[in-house]
Write a protein that binds this ligand. Structure first.
Ligand code: 0RA
Length: 654
């Protein structure tokens, strides 16, 4: 057998494995990237950017440029060493081709730097390639430019030299395959927010984004440049820069070190608010659901602060019947925790909860040691923190009494439900919905119009409390908020966490806020979403929270009614019913839900067959957090500016 034949057999043999790998990704994309909707689409960018971040963290590059092209292709370019292009001995093709086409091949070339970043599933660039109808890889190395293109993951030609350059680096351009994804339009804010997070999580790297799809008045393109010299310390300051939080310390406490080979980085700061802001990351991935690193942080924080307070005799101010507990250390705390774990195990509903047990102790001991040092060296700050904790414990005592009220309930009917609740008859939560409706009159229409088998109605009287500005026990004293808890059937406190939401008895899996399509209505939406985000984030995480969308217009000619949700639909309806003429048709602008009769409300806004519910999701917890405190806080100028710039909830993808 000649050498040449043997070679080609090997080549085709390895091609078959490649094909099988790519086929698997295209058959079950969700298994690799989470989903094929907006989240998965944006996830592709993270996968590619993460490789460049790895190269930067290994010390070989300092800039990553992300460009959204006119056709929603994404280009990611770095100034690193460039992916090697030499022939791969066993595979008989270039290393670049292997990295780009073989599942999980990326790591093999990166022995020296152990891979710590990586997208949600760390699937690598070959997976992005498989899900792209077109991809181009360009490598700038040794003065030359190399190129290879692919379609659905398969090379269109072997790697070729296409010119000379004095640049160094790697440039990957891909266009997501519209036969795989339900949406293919990139959202600038989603990508920019992700890059901003990454710049704080990986200090020293310049991350730039440019959007070529639109042009500014001066001919330039919209874009942002993200760079952080101080990493998590800058992150804390950014998160709290909303005008509503006064920091208690001149600088955040910063902890950086390695325990049991686990790199750990933490920054924390106490402020004058009542909310806890805790963002945790594992290998640059936002762990929404927390996990062992967070447990370790809380344990280290609580034991160290408690021991310090005891030793310094600072707990004497505490009333006799008040016991200090873990949660008291969290009021007004902003903290970001970032750990790098070689083989992370992700668990939980959305696979964003760290499961590795070895991380808990490592973080706890790192926090204890470094925090102890800090407290010894900063007695003034230490006292301020302990005083705040004592105050929180005292307030919690009051809150507990209010909570007991919530659970006991005086305004409830014989079934222990709020008197204003028109409940449904079905008892299977998965089938049941509850509508929170603005105003008693719309509440009345909703009650008559609904399907009482599975739809419950709770009318809201006016605006609910702005929880962004209230202490927890004040919130629990509010009648409306008590009603919401009782109607939903949820309580506060689980076996693991006395503050967590107990959803075991949740009575509805669709929680729908229905308000007028006007300024007041959108204010109520925001108040309600703020409440759910701060007090019941588990509901949002599970995908249970929705906004109803009543139509804006009714266009009527004779017996034909057409409901319209947008201006375009109104014009379209005029075309269809009356050749575009205004005369001879009746156009009604709905200002409030109350203007619709029960049948119309059912037909347009409540009937599962016709209605358009908007599911509330949180695509980036850090930005959502800022958005809520900005929208609901005291500081009006930034809020106005924000609302002007963002017609919809920017990061609360409702
Ligand atoms: C492994 C080895 C070398 C470079 C890279 C990986 C690399 C991969 C990516 C992916 C995106 N950008 C990247 N930049 C570099 C080079 C090893 C050497 O030159 O000795």
């Amino acid at each position: 057998m000649s050498e040449e034949i043997k070679h080609s057999e090997d080549y085709s043999a390895s091609n078959i494995t490649v094909l099988e790998g790519l086929e698997a990704v295209r058959m079950r994309p969700a298994m690799y990237i989470g989903d094929v909707n907006e989240r998965g689409l944006h996830h592709l960018v993270s996968e590619v950017v993460d490789n460049s971040i790895d190269e930067a963290m290994a010390g070989f590059c300092d800039t990553v440029d992300v460009t959204i092209l006119e056709d929603n292709s994404i280009c990611v370019e770095d100034n690193g060493r460039g992916i090697p292009v030499d022939m791969h001995e066993k595979e008989h093709r270039s290393a670049l081709e292997v990295v780009m086409t073989v599942l999980h091949a990326g790591g093999k070339f990166n022995k020296n730097s152990y891979k710590v970043s990586g997208g949600l599933h760390g699937v690598g660039v070959s997976c992005v390639n498989a899900l792209s109808d077109h991809m181009t890889a360009e490598v700038f190395r040794d003065g030359k430019i190399y190129r290879q293109e692919y379609s659905k993951g398969l090379p269109l030609y072997p790697v070729k030299e296409v010119g000379t350059t004095d640049k160094r680096g790697t440039k990957i351009t891909f266009h997501p395959d519209a036969t795989i994804f339900t949406v293919t339009e990139y959202k600038y804010d989603t990508l920019a927010n992700r890059l901003r997070d990454l710049s704080y999580l990986n200090k020293g790297i310049k991350l730039n984004i440019t959007d070529l799809r639109t042009t500014n008045e001066d001919g330039s393109h919209p874009g942002d440049k993200f760079f952080s010299a101080n990493g998590l310390v800058d992150f804390i300051n950014y998160l709290d820069m909303d005008g509503n939080r006064e920091h208690l310390m001149p600088e955040p406490i910063y902890i950086e070190g390695t325990r049991n080979n686990i790199p750990i980085e933490i920054a924390m700061q106490y402020n004058t608010s009542f909310n806890e802001r805790l963002h945790s990351y594992v290998n640059n991935i936002n762990t929404h659901e927390g996990g062992t690193h967070l447990e370790g942080f809380r344990r280290g924080l609580t034991t160290t602060l408690k021991a310090y307070a005891d030793k310094a005799g600072l707990l004497s101010k505490l009333k006799k019947d008040v016991e200090i507990e873990g949660n008291d250390f969290r009021e007004g705390l902003t903290a970001v925790i970032s750990v790098k774990v070689a083989e992370p195990q992700f668990e939980g509903q959305t696979k964003t909860k760290l499961g590795n047990n070895e991380v808990r102790g490592a973080v706890a001991s790192a926090v204890s040691e470094m925090l102890e040092n800090y407290l010894e060296e900063h007695p003034k700050e230490a006292k301020m923190i302990v005083d705040k904790v004592v105050l929180a414990a005292t307030a919690r005592q009051a809150a507990r009494k209010a909570r007991e009220m919530v659970q006991r309930g005086s305004v409830f009917n014989s079934a222990g439900l709020p008197g204003k609740l028109a409940d449904c008859s079905d008892r299977d939560p998965a089938k049941c919905e509850i509508y929170f409706v603005e105003g008693d009159s719309a509440g009345g229409s909703a009650k008559s119009g609904r399907d009482r088998h599975f739809q419950a109605i709770l009318p809201l009287r006016g605006k609910i409390l702005n929880v962004e500005k209230a202490q927890r026990h004040r919130a629990f004293e509010s009648e409306e908020i008590k009603n919401i808890y009782t109607a939903l059937g949820v309580t506060i406190g689980t076996a693991e966490d006395s503050q967590a939401l107990n959803m075991e008895k949740l009575r509805y899996h669709k929680v729908i806020v229905m308000t007028d399509a006007d300024v007041d209505g959108s204010h109520i939406d925001t108040l309600m979403l703020t409440f759910f985000f701060r007090y019941m984030p588990e509901l949002i995480e599970n995908g249970y929270v929705y906004l109803a969308t009543p139509p804006l217009y009714l266009v009527r000619k004779g017996k034909r009614n057409v409901y319209c949700w947008t201006e375009e639909e109104r014009i379209q309806a005029l075309m269809e019913l009356n050749n575009g003429e205004e005369k001879g048709v009746h156009v009604q602008r709905y200002k409030g839900l109350g203007e619709m009769n029960p049948e119309q409300l059912w037909e347009t806004t409540m009937d599962p067959e016709n209605r358009q519910l908007r599911q509330v999701t949180i695509e980036n917890a850090a930005s959502a957090d800022r958005v809520f405190s900005m929208l609901m806080g005291d500081d009006v100028p930034p809020r106005r500016e924000f609302i002007e710039q963002n017609a919809t909830y920017a990061n609360i993808d409702a």
